[in-house]
Design a protein around this ligand. Structure first.
Ligand SMILES: Nc1ncnc2c1ncn2[C@@H]1O[C@H](COP(=O)(O)OP(=O)(O)OP(=O)(O)O)[C@@H](O)[C@H]1O
Ligand SMILES: [Mg+2]
Length: 254
């Protein structure tokens, strides 16, 4: 069985500069590619990000650090908006014939000591795959030893990658790879090159990107790991066919 874990980043499924903007066209185009691959016998676990649905809400309630009771309605609203985005994706993809099986992340993960902890046995996910559905999780607000914390879709990629050992893992965003200071795609990224990339203009403006790269490099110890644009169907198709993509960044574990 060929298993792929794919993260539909918030930047891939929404325009992060416009609240509640859903990129249905890009999602549908990817859905077509997934449908072809599934017909050929491939299996997928999908994870999606919060994009312009969840980030503004989480920010408004300061949910990156849980302190007091007043934030609990923020937990509700953020959970609701993520659930809503997950339902939008489920409906788009299922109406194209893709049997998505959405799992609410907050019901199956907690965070302990800053690390995601899966509450269900990984065999449960394997059983869903055997039944022919496509399990889909997402970055979410989850119970943690500090109260509540946000588990990012990138963290889930790493955790499920370790447990399920897929053929390849693909992070999808709205850009064709990790970009250097000149805007060119870095074809291969290792731990050493992270340090040299750290101070580039692009990475400075998004603190989150360094963490994404660290998760991806760690994940690369266990599975072929790439970051591509959701719209670069040619490159994604090559990865699914065990070829190197034309664009995209490949992460290397050394
Ligand atoms: N040097 C860079 N290389 C690649 N992307 C960069 C770089 N600097 C900034 N970015 C931005 O980082 C974004 C991807 O990271 P971000 O965390 O915002 O998205 P995501 O993970 O898809 O969303 P979410 O966190 O909602 O799932 C891209 O939209 C891109 O514009
Ligand atoms: Mg992100």
């Amino acid at each position: 069985m060929r298993l792929f874990i794919m993260k539909l980043g918030g930047s891939a499924i929404s325009d992060k500069s416009r609240p509640l903007s859903y990129r249905e066209d890009w999602v549908r185009n990817l859905g077509n590619l997934l449908a072809t691959s599934i017909k050929a016998g491939d299996k997928f676990v999908l994870i999606h990000g919060g994009g312009s649905f969840a980030h503004p809400m989480a920010l408004a309630y300061g949910l990156s650090r849980y302190r007091d009771y007043d934030q609990l309605t923020g937990v509700s609203f953020t959970s609701a908006i993520l659930h809503y985005l997950s339902m939008k994706l489920t409906i788009t993809l299922a109406s194209m014939g893709l049997p998505i099986y959405p799992l609410r992340t907050g019901s199956v993960y907690v965070i302990n000591d800053g690390k995601p902890q899966l509450l269900i046995e990984p065999i449960h996910i394997m059983e869903l795959l055997e039944r022919g559905v496509i399990p889909m999780l997402y970055g979410d607000v989850v119970l943690s030893d500090e109260g509540f914390s946000i588990i990012s879709g990138d963290d889930i990629m790493l955790d499920l990658g370790l447990r399920l050992r897929p053929t390849a893992s693909i992070f999808l965003t709205d850009v064709p790879g990790i970009l250097d200071a000149n805007g060119n795609v870095i074809k291969e990224l290792t731990r050493t090159s992270i340090i040299s990339e750290r101070f580039t203009r692009h990475i400075d403006v998004t603190g989150g990107l360094i963490k994404k790269i660290q998760s991806a490099v760690e994940l690369a110890k266990y599975t072929r790991t790439y970051l591509c644009a959701i719209w670069d169907l040619g490159s994604i198709n090559r990865i699914l066919n065990n070829e190197e993509p034309i664009n995209c960044t490949r992460f290397l574990p050394y």
